[in-house]
Ligand binder design. Sequence first.
Ligand SMILES: Cc1ncc(COP(=O)(O)O)c(C=O)c1O
Length: 423
Amino acid sequence: MPMSKAFEERLFPKLPKIKDYFGTPFHIFDEQGIIENGNKLKQSLIDVKGFREYYAVKALPTPAILQIMKKLGFGLDCASPPELELARKNGFRGEDIMFSSNNTTAAIFEMAAADGGCILNIDDISMMDKVKDFPELICFRYNPGERRTGNELIGIPVEAKYGLRHDQVIPAYREAIKRGAKRFGLHSMIISNERNYHYMVETVRMLLDIIDEVSQELKIKFEFFNISGGIGIPYRPEDTPFDMAAFVGETKEHLRRFEQKHGYSPRLFMECGRFVTGPHGVLVATVTNRMSKYREYVGVDAATMSANPRPAIYGAYHHITILDPSGKPKHGGEEVVDVVGPLCENSDKFAKQRLLPKTVEGDIMVQHDTGAHSPAMGGNYNGWLRPQQLLLRTDGSVELIRRGETIEDLFATLNFKPKVLKG
Ligand SMILES: Cc1ncc(COP(=O)(O)O)c(C=O)c1O
């Protein structure tokens, strides 16, 4: 179930005109789809007291997208200084921002505290010494270690560089209290791109158990727990979606039991990126070449590493639709092809051995589900430029929201004052 029928109907008839006006390649995001999906997420969790989504900026760090998150009432999850700056430039302040850094320096903690601060999510017990003015509201990231609650994609928690060990949790909160903390949260991320809701419920259960343990020992209450991101989306047509209703039902039951024991329940926070914007973006490229080697090749005018590295890096599946130049999806004459970019790396393949309709030069390739962790992961290896980003607005207009890179952008770091350390 890749891009929705509604997005297709909004986009495909307009594609030839958009292509002529902006040129290819480009990513285009669907404002209406993102808003509807965001509202659906809020509606699903309406009965979970105090629920808030903190959209993971790393998924799609473009201001127009962050503005949509703002209108939805979401906060932002940031994990680096530029993400913090982007959040603040877009009007997010203080408790609208969750800062989940790792291996953090004192200078970065200072930056996090400046300009209205943020909710600090500390990743390691040693890092408390690097926080100059310890905040009243503090969160720690937890790693369950040997407990196999993580999914295959994120790996074994005991091998992960993130979070406090179980035996460090109580000492960390005790120390935080000594340093003036009065409000508390707990965070963990142990799944990635997971569509089986049981894993997410397991994170809820695990964090509520830790909160129970810490609050009994230290006599504190927790304001929130953050189960982070990691909810998967159906990239393949046959994939079943995450069962949000079942997840919410079982989560409510865990919260009810917690409330029965403690007389209150902490707010639930999430940091979904992929789940919120992933299905609402596509990469559009022009078919520039048809080549016959030992395999059949469809060549397009976008490179994986700059436009959507997921297939090249992870072998990730992204569905592809081929349209004729008038914007009509093609059918018939199916053949098995590799869809490739122009980069000098054999991994530069948007799809391998994919059954696609007969494709010729001038056709349009639409690669689905590039609304999260696709353009954001792009780089410049081999000098290929990151494509422009467009937004299909709810009124049908199409707006450039990030220009395409230029060769001058690539050469910008070659503009510097000479600097030599004499030997
Ligand atoms: C700390 C944290 N929160 C949230 C996310 C968002 O994950 P997703 O987009 O899969 O929901 C990530 C992704 O890497 C992350 O590292």
